[in-house]
Design a protein around this ligand. Structure first.
Ligand SMILES: Cc1cc2nc3c(=O)[nH]c(=O)nc-3n(C[C@H](O)[C@H](O)[C@H](O)COP(=O)(O)OP(=O)(O)OC[C@H]3O[C@@H](n4cnc5c(N)ncnc54)[C@H](O)[C@@H]3O)c2cc1C
Ligand code: FES
Length: 490
């Protein structure tokens, strides 16, 4: 058990539906690595264009962020349009809106015939405090400018006063795991295949390799959420933030897909008789105190909570210039493609990424290719890029003098962790509920920052580029691909 969180509302209740791993040598037109919304949607679109596609998923379909979110599929996304307009101009914000509206429509079409609890709901961006009104007003103007049929309202069906809100009707909520399993079912067959438990360990030329098999493919799509291949320097241009979610049985679940603009932000939605509340966001590797308790307190303050049924968390990358990165993996590469940087809105942007990737893979011109190219240079955002990388550099230097917490683990309580100095290095020690000690080297195997303990998840998280490891050092999330070496705890 590497996390104190349960499985997500979406993953917990569904019986497993296993698919075979890749074994042996195969040839496909396209190898798609990653079975989340990006990979599966891309694979299905390519299959419908007549290509033979294999999807290689390291764990299970939708076990990544696509099965650990709040399941809103909406073109209204907090304050995304005012932010993109200020960084890139109105044309970029309009492109993002056009792509997002098309993605919502695409999900509705793809979901036809899939039993995935699809419902139409209004999306709301709201001001929880007076101080947030300006952001909401700006978003209203920006959303209108980019052509979204939004309106101002304060009647949002939430059990507390909101100071202002923007509303966009006819957006979607669904059960993401049922939806993605439905896509996977449609990919399988007629020469295409979806494999689970098939972690890609190497991509070399046109060859993709797992521990038990190889695929030679004309095109390769790395839909691994975070681009983990050791090329492209994505880690210097992406920042990961984690956020926490709870589901709680309440007497009147809200109808809208709502999110407040402030910090902390309160994201609200519902599934059947359950309220879904998310927030307490922070850069991965930094922590917030008792995020689940804070969410639960907020839920109990505003709803009659019968029971908190699920707690889960996840992280998503944001590019330094706040636009998704979709395109060739490295500049000019016509074989390997990727998509990332969805800013916690990837059910929508992962879907439009798939449409763009399908065009790039099949050589069809797409007007959005340049806009979302991972290799664009956003001059206005260069200061942000420099600041972020200076922070990482400071983290690397600061780590060298980080003090140890203790000299022995004798008094370490179950469920707690601390840092012990061992010679020139440091050991992270965790004591589990049975009293057993787990020791790991604290030096992140990506680029060497010191990991920090995340008490809410019982994981060692890296503040530099967001890698996460369990208490025995196994990689939970990249960019790191190698485990933390185990150490004998003292
Ligand atoms: C708390 C939270 C709430 C969110 N809520 C929403 C929401 O309401 N609406 C919304 O639009 N977005 C939301 N998002 C964001 C959204 O869920 C993600 O942006 C999106 O799911 C990312 O999809 P993906 O396919 O890129 O990644 P993933 O779903 O993570 O899929 C990547 C897959 O690749 C696999 N993989 C990784 N490495 C390898 C390898 N080497 N070989 C083979 N497979 C590999 C992983 O196992 C994983 O299954 C939320 C995000 C967070 C953090
Ligand atoms: S994730 Fe880059 S140093 Fe840890």
């Amino acid at each position: 058990m590497t996390t104190t969180a349960d499985q997500s509302l979406w993953l917990a209740a569904l019986p497993p539906a296993p698919r075979p791993p890749l074994t042996g040598e195969h040839t496909y037109d396209v190898a798609v690595v990653g079975g989340g919304i990006t990979g599966l949607t891309t694979a299905l679109l390519l299959k419908r264009r007549g290509l033979r596609v294999v999807v290689l998923e390291a764990a299970q379909i939708a076990s990544g962020v696509s099965g650990n979110n709040t399941a809103k599929v909406t073109a209204l996304q907090s304050t995304v349009y005012s932010q993109i307009r200020s960084r890139h101009g109105l044309a970029a914000a309009t492109d993002y809106a056009t792509a997002s509206l098309a993605a919502v429509a695409q999900v509705a079409t793809l979901a036809e015939g899939i039993d995935c609890d699809l419902r139409r709901s209004p999306a709301i961006t709201y001001a929880f405090t007076e101080a947030e009104v300006r952001d909401v007003d700006n978003e209203l103007v920006a959303a209108r400018q980019v052509g979204l049929p939004v309106r101002a309202t304060t009647d949002v069906g939430l059990p507390f006063e909101v100071h202002a809100a923007v509303r966009l009707d006819d957006q979607l909520k669904l059960h993401p795991v049922k939806y993605l399993r439905g896509l996977a079912d449609q990919i399988d067959g007629d020469g295409s295949l979806v494999c689970e438990n098939s972690r890609v360990l190497d991509v070399s030329g046109n060859r993709v390799s797992t521990s038990d098999g190889h695929v030679d493919a004309e095109k390769i799509v790395m839909a691994t959420h975070y681009p983990t291949l050791d090329r492209g320097v994505y880690f210097a241009r992406l920042e990961l933030t984690r956020a926490y979610c709870i589901a709680a049985r309440v007497s009147s679940p809200p109808e809208a897909l709502a999110i407040s603009t402030g910090s902390p932000s309160w994201s609200i939605s519902a599934h059947e008789d359950k309220l879904i509340l998310a927030g307490q966001s922070h850069p991965t590797g930094k922590t917030v105190v008792e995020p689940f308790r804070r969410l639960e307190d907020f839920a109990r303050e505003h709803w009659q909570v019968e029971e908190v049924t699920h707690r889960w968390s996840a992280q998503d990358p944001t590019a330094y210039d706040h636009l998704p990165m979709i395109g060739s993996y490295t500049p000019g590469n016509t074989t390997v493609f990727t998509a990332t940087g969805y800013m916690k809105w990837g059910l929508t942007s992962g879907t439009f990424a798939a449409a763009l990737l399908a065009d790039l893979v099949t050589g069809k011109p797409n007007a959005l290719a340049e806009r979302f190219s991972p290799h664009r240079v956003s001059l206005k955002s260069v200061p942000t890029l420099l600041r972020k990388n200076a922070e990482v550099a400071a983290e690397m230097v600061g780590d060298r003098v980080m003090p140890a917490d203790a000299t022995s683990s004798e008094d370490l309580l179950p469920g707690h962790a601390h840092v012990i100095r061992d010679g020139l290095g440091k050991t992270g020690v965790y004591r589990d509920e049975s009293g057993k000690l787990h020791g790991v080297s604290m030096r992140c195997t990506h680029l060497g920052c010191l990991v920090r303990f995340n008490a809410a998840e019982r994981s060692w998280d890296c503040p530099c580029h967001g890698s996460r490891f369990d208490v025995d050092g196994e990689v939970l999330e990249g960019p790191a691909t190698k485990p933390l070496p185990r150490k004998e705890p003292r």
